[in-house]
Structures are given as structure tokens and as C-alpha cells.
Design a protein around this ligand. Structure first.
Ligand SMILES: [Cu+2]
Length: 128
């Protein structure tokens, strides 16, 4: 049964493969979607959060938007994975596209960093 399934899957793939031979257009291996920085939010770029420090009011929601894709006209976009990881270990997944939001209910200074790049890629939110 398993072998039959695999064979069927392979047949389905080749049927959709479009092996017509038109290779004049380079395939986009990863289209990549840079999310425009939200108004008053933070951009997650390669190696930095921009702005790196931010002060908000108690109860505010801060939104991060990933802008870590770099265009490459031959091979499509390359999108580098980063995370927003707070000092207490909570935060976003490690991802190369998308957004993350966090609401700050209590005053304080909330340091965070990228789990992939450590303190070299860090920031903080001051809630007051
Ligand atoms: Cu990073």
C-alpha cells in the first residue's frame, strides 16, 4: 500500500511539473514577502531591529514586521530567519517573513534579542 501511494504521488508531481521545456524564465525559488514596517512599529532587518529601542505606554501593543528578504533577480528572494526573543524566553517563532505582536501590560524595560544572532541583534522596549 505504501509503495502504491508513493508511486501515485510521484505521478501527480510529474503531471503538475510542466516539463514543457520553457526554461527562459528563472523559477522563483522563494518569492519572499517583505512586510512593510507597521506605522510606529519595528522592522526586523538582517542583523538589526529598527528602531532598536522604543518607549510605549502601559497597555500598548508593539508590532514587529520582518523585512529580512534580499532580492536576487536570478535565484529569487533569499529570506533570512530571525526571532524576537525576550529575556524571559517568550517571543516569536524563528521566521523569515511575517509579523509578531506583543502587548505590554506592566511598566518596565523589556530586553529582547534574535535567537539566531544573539546580543549582536538585540533591542528593548521601555514601557512606562
Ligand atoms: Cu537574527
Amino acid at each position: 500500500m505504501k509503495v502504491v501511494f508513493v508511486l501515485m504521488a510521484a505521478a501527480a508531481l510529474s503531471a503538475c511539473g510542466g516539463s514543457g521545456g520553457d526554461s527562459s524564465t528563472a523559477p522563483v525559488t522563494n518569492p519572499g514577502v517583505n512586510t512593510p514596517p507597521p506605522v510606529d512599529g519595528i522592522s526586523v532587518t538582517n542583523n538589526a531591529f529598527s528602531p532598536g529601542t522604543k518607549t510605549v505606554a502601559v497597555g500598548a501593543t508593539v508590532r514587529w514586521a520582518w523585512n529580512s528578504c534580499t532580492g536576487d533577480s536570478y535565484n529569487g528572494q533569499t529570506c533570512v530567519a530571525h526571532s524576537v526573543t525576550f529575556d524571559d524566553g517568550t517571543g516569536s517563532p524563528t521566521q523569515d517573513q511575517g509579523t509578531f505582536s506583543k502587548t505590554f501590560a506592566a511598566p518596565g524595560v523589556y530586553g529582547y534579542h534574535c535567537s539566531q544572532h544573539g546580543t549582536a541583534m538585540s533591542g528593548s522596549i521601555t514601557v512606562q
